[in-house]
Design a protein around this ligand. Structure first.
Ligand SMILES: [Zn+2]
Ligand SMILES: [Zn+2]
Length: 365
């Protein structure tokens, strides 16, 4: 239940605030509604975390205010779009967001659960919402600016320069049939990656690869019009062996992500002498990414694998996610099959190579 430190859940909250801002600016009402609902559901269970009482007051007040605002915004969205159906996109939000609400109202978890049921959200959070403590709505905020704005410098045309990556693209020989099949139960947004990302990373990893040591990097993306564009590779300080790699000084990584308003869309690592697959440790590492952002993916680069030089993977949902959620083991170990018969992980079907995407590398080593 206390799977991650509370700071991790606050990072998810921050990321949802950023995502909501993009959707609000782009007037994507359905996506905004879904994101606000996810945020509120998370905010309601944060007080159950064992570290909540001792956690930074500033951070708690900051998010308490955002929670209140989001509850109001959800109510207004609900009024405007009616009870049964939500428009998919492009409905004017200006009349909604510009309305000022005079009174700060308290909405309990009960009504939020109605929103959740309506939007059909499948939460991956492990808290039990039925015992969530109410927030104290009498406390006043100390900060009001919810998030840095997403600065967008993307301006390139896509026409004819985007290619769909399929599971077959990286295969040179026999296929690995254990990963076939898709379990995507939620609609994932598309992800575009730069054509230079993977070869650039291999180049950076070469020294380690020659010494049979893994290398890892973190991928940052910006979000525009319902698509994540992966523009940034952060190579952190790290410790590695021939079969594992651990990023150090995570705060440095967050600093780069925050400074450039990037979403933590995934990670990339090498298997210098192993085949292209996700080890049990890789699956646990990836679990935290996918909990943070459903679109998160893991790229495995295996230059010595003659049948598959790279793979772009994610945990199946709900199958793989539920197995990893319940697994307390560390180190290399085996996992049971998901109860629904799906594989633990699968190839991403929503990732595209975009020849026009700019690409930056932050090498912090
Ligand atoms: Zn690995
Ligand atoms: Zn495990």
């Amino acid at each position: 239940m206390e799977r991650f430190p509370l700071s991790f859940y606050y990072r998810i909250a921050d990321q949802l605030v950023d995502q909501a801002k993009v959707y609000r600016d782009e007037q994507r009402i359905h996506d905004l509604y879904t994101t606000l609902s996810r945020y509120c559901r998370l905010a309601e269970v944060l007080p159950q975390h064992k570290s909540f009482m001792a956690y930074s007051l500033n951070e708690k007040f900051h998010h308490k205010k955002i929670y209140q605002d989001f509850i109001q915004e959800l109510q207004m969205l609900n009024q405007v779009v009616g009870n049964d159906s939500l428009p998919q996109k492009n409905n004017s939000l200006s009349s909604i967001t510009e309305r000022k609400v005079a009174h700060c109202c308290t909405v309990g978890t009960k009504s939020m659960r109605v929103y959740e049921e309506k939007t059909g959200l499948a939460s991956v959070f492990t808290f039990d919402t039925t015992t969530a403590k109410d927030w104290n709505f009498n406390l006043h905020k100390v900060k009001s600016s919810p998030s840095p704005s997403l600065s967008c410098i993307y301006s390139m045309p896509f026409t004819g320069r985007v290619s769909h990556l399929t599971a077959d693209d990286s295969k040179h020989g026999d296929s690995n049939s254990s990963l076939n099949g898709s379990s995507e139960s939620r609609v994932l947004q598309d992800v575009h990656i730069s054509a230079r990302l993977m070869e650039g990373f291999l180049e950076l990893a070469r020294d380690n690869t020659d010494k049979d040591l893994e290398t890892c990097g973190i991928l940052g993306a910006f979000l525009k019009k319902g698509t994540f564009y992966v523009t940034t590779l952060i190579v952190p300080n790290q410790e590695s062996t021939s079969s594992s790699c651990q990023a150090l000084n995570e705060e440095e990584i967050y600093a780069v992500q925050n400074e450039h308003s990037l979403f933590p869309i995934g990670w990339i690592h090498t298997h210098p002498s192993q085949t292209c697959f996700m080890s049990s440790i890789d699956l646990h590492t990836h679990y935290s990414y996918q909990v943070m952002l459903p679109e998160a993916f893991a790229i495995v680069m295996a230059p010595t694998d003659t049948s598959r030089s790279y793979g772009i993977f994610r945990l199946t949902e709900p199958g793989g996610l539920s197995v990893l959620k319940d697994c307390q083991e560390r180190g290399f170990h085996s996992h049971p099959e998901p109860p629904d018969g799906s594989p633990l992980y699968e190839h991403c079907s929503n990732v595209y190579i975009n020849q026009n995407l700019r690409f930056e590398i932050f090498d912090l080593r």
